[in-house]
Write a protein that binds this ligand. Structure first.
Ligand code: ZN
Length: 306
């Protein structure tokens, strides 16, 4: 979750003279295709659809875009109404829509939260994923949750643009399966263009169940490192970490980076703030960390165990 007002700090970090090392030996990711174990609802998204009204209920400590409550999107119009009796052969009944980033963490991780998890990848042409990042997410999520986790990949239309949070949520709502009590859906968008609310954002989490990775920003961040795949892999896991509640979006451990709320203070954690910034190469000259550190894993275990 990039924070727009952090640009000043990031720029300041540049000014203090971080020397960028060009070499990066972390690009070991195989470019195998993401495993598809569940049929994808191959639909074409309509990014131009009118945006529903924004609910200005930011819960982030400092206005984290991803911590803005969902606007409703394609959610049931009246969540307070009693559920209608489903037909005998009706599909699984939708559950309440996801809330702010972190609100789905228990559904993804806890046994009581859902029976299985679907990682729904929605990608524009030319936007990736260029690595097996979604498959790594599947493996990590399966290990963390003990659940069956599948990856489904589908294309979405449109081209490069400056995406708002609202447009990203609408895109997901128009193309991904709805959340059900049995199946928790985690949507990863791979898009061209960038994030309208923070031009340095390589990735962003915009709701409890939706995150995006921007291909051109991946290239920009990788420029000095020469490792687009390492950046794509790292930023994907970083955004998934936010959807799983890291750091201190669910718990209150007090360990989040005070300068960058929602992030780890450990430069060796994939949850370090710079991982999702195009200034990544300037801040982390050795390449991006790709894994959760022990503190992250401890938090995830606590969230899972309730
Ligand atoms: Zn972040």
């Amino acid at each position: 979750m990039p924070l727009p007002r952090r640009r000043g700090r990031l720029a300041a970090l540049l000014l203090v003279g971080s020397v960028v090392a060009a070499a990066c030996g972390t690009d070991a990711e195989e470019s195998e295709a993401a495993t598809t174990t569940t049929p994808a609802p191959a639909q074409t998204a309509a990014p131009e659809q009118p945006a529903p009204p924004e609910a200005p209920t930011s819960t982030g400590a400092d206005g984290i875009p991803g911590a803005v409550a969902p606007p409703g999107g394609s959610a049931p119009a009246d969540p307070g109404a009693p559920p209608a009796d489903p037909a005998p052969d009706a599909p699984a009944e939708p559950v309440a829509p996801a809330g702010p980033v972190g609100s789905m963490a228990a559904r993804y991780l806890r046994a009581s939260g859902s029976e299985r998890v679907l990682v729904q990848v929605l990608a524009q042409d030319g936007a990736g994923p260029r690595t097996a990042a979604p498959e790594r997410v599947r493996q990590v999520l399966a290990e963390l949750s003990g659940k069956s986790v599948a990856v489904a990949v589908a294309g979405v239309g449109g081209g490069a643009r400056s995406w708002t949070s609202e447009e990203l949520r609408s895109l997901a709502d128009g193309s991904a399966p709805v959340q059900t009590a049995e199946q928790a859906v985690l949507t990863l968008l791979y898009l061209r263009g960038g994030f309208a609310e923070n031009e340095r954002a390589v990735g962003v989490a915009v709701r409890g169940d939706v995150a995006a990775v921007f291909a051109e920003r991946v290239d920009e961040a990788a420029g000095m490192l020469g490792s687009e795949s390492a950046v794509e892999d790292a930023v994907t896991m970083h955004e998934v970490g936010h959807l799983l509640g890291l750091v201190d979006l669910v718990l209150d451990t007090g360990r989040q980076d005070p300068e960058h709320p929602g992030h780890s203070p450990n430069r060796g954690s994939v949850m370090y703030y710079a991982v999702e910034s195009t200034l990544l190469g300037s801040v982390l000259s050795g390449g991006p960390p790709r894994d959760f550190d022990q503190a992250d894993l401890d938090d995830l275990a606590r969230i899972r165990n309730g």
